[in-house]
Design a protein around this ligand. Structure first.
Ligand code: PXL
Length: 267
């Protein structure tokens, strides 16, 4: 049994964060483990997010449960890391153990919320985590923060951002662009030399919660099982696409992707 570890926050609504990662690992037949970095609750009135970090000492204890506590973890991903201290600590711990596969999902804001940007967190991520990454998986918003480009208008801009992000250390950069092209979704995988594109009709749904977390979790699971990065990228794309086609609302504010859709309905 291959083992995957996610280092991320709890989304108690169940669609994103640790919950998305573990559901995705399960769907992809990878044993899922987790290190919680923060708890997120939402107000029922307007779904405002309330975020509380986990104590650093407890993050270190959880890390030791996995490394060296569990034999042979095959792949690790990171998700929401709420403070500079936590980003730096997770970076130091990962630098010591050097997992075989490391996917960094540079979560900077939850979809649909208007939280402020944290430029200090972005800088810490660039310093502490990107140099360790095999794959980094920003959405367009996060790619703008990481690359320092002002905005994206075209595929050329996406590629330029990917080049700049790869120059920060990761072997591969994936940019998921559902936002900038009318009716089209464009995913880019860049390995430092050649771009590889997936272009498709956008899935018409407002219920996209957890799409980003689940994408990076699926990618991580495939790497854990030994897939090459391009194949893992294609599977993660198909997994999330099916999840979006079969997504559903929890209330007026939020709707998650359906994590079982890919297994149930195929690609
Ligand atoms: O989708 C980004 C995200 C990641 N992690 C946690 C979240 C969210 C958004 O709600 O709650 C824990």
């Amino acid at each position: 049994m291959k083992k995957g570890l996610t280092i991320a926050g709890s989304d108690c609504s169940g669609g994103a964060g640790i919950q998305a990662d573990l559901k995705t690992f399960q769907e992809r037949d990878v044993y899922g483990m987790s290190i919680l970095t923060c708890l997120v609750a939402m107000t029922p009135e307007d779904w405002t997010h309330i975020v509380r970090p986990v104590e650093l000492e407890m993050i270190r204890h959880q890390f030791r449960t996995a490394f060296p506590g569990v034999n042979g973890i095959d792949a690790v991903k990171t998700g929401m890391l709420p403070t500079v201290e936590i980003i730096e600590t997770v970076g130091e711990l990962l630098a010591e153990v050097r997992p075989a596969h490391l996917v960094i999902d540079p979560v900077m804001v939850c979809k649909g919320t208007k939280e402020p940007l944290f430029p200090e967190n972005t800088k810490a991520m660039i310093r502490s985590l990107l140099p360790l990454a095999e794959v980094v998986t920003p959405n367009t918003f996060e790619a703008i923060q990481l690359s320092g480009l002002p905005d994206f208008q075209s595929e050329d801009d996406l590629l330029e951002a990917a080049k700049r992000i790869c120059a920060l250390g990761p072997k591969y950069t994936v940019i998921k662009a559902a936002r900038i092209f009318d009716g089209k979704s464009v995913d880019l995988l860049y390995d430092g030399r050649e771009p590889f594109w997936i272009r498709e009709e956008k899935v018409a749904t407002a219920w996209t919660h957890g799409a980003g977390c689940s994408f990076s979790a699926c990618l991580t699971a495939e790497l854990a099982k030994g897939a090459p990065v391009r194949e893992a990228f294609l599977t993660a794309h198909a997994f999330v696409r099916q999840g979006l086609i079969h997504s559903f609302p929890l209330n007026d504010h939020v709707g998650p992707i359906y994590h079982k859709a890919y297994a149930k309905y195929g690609a």
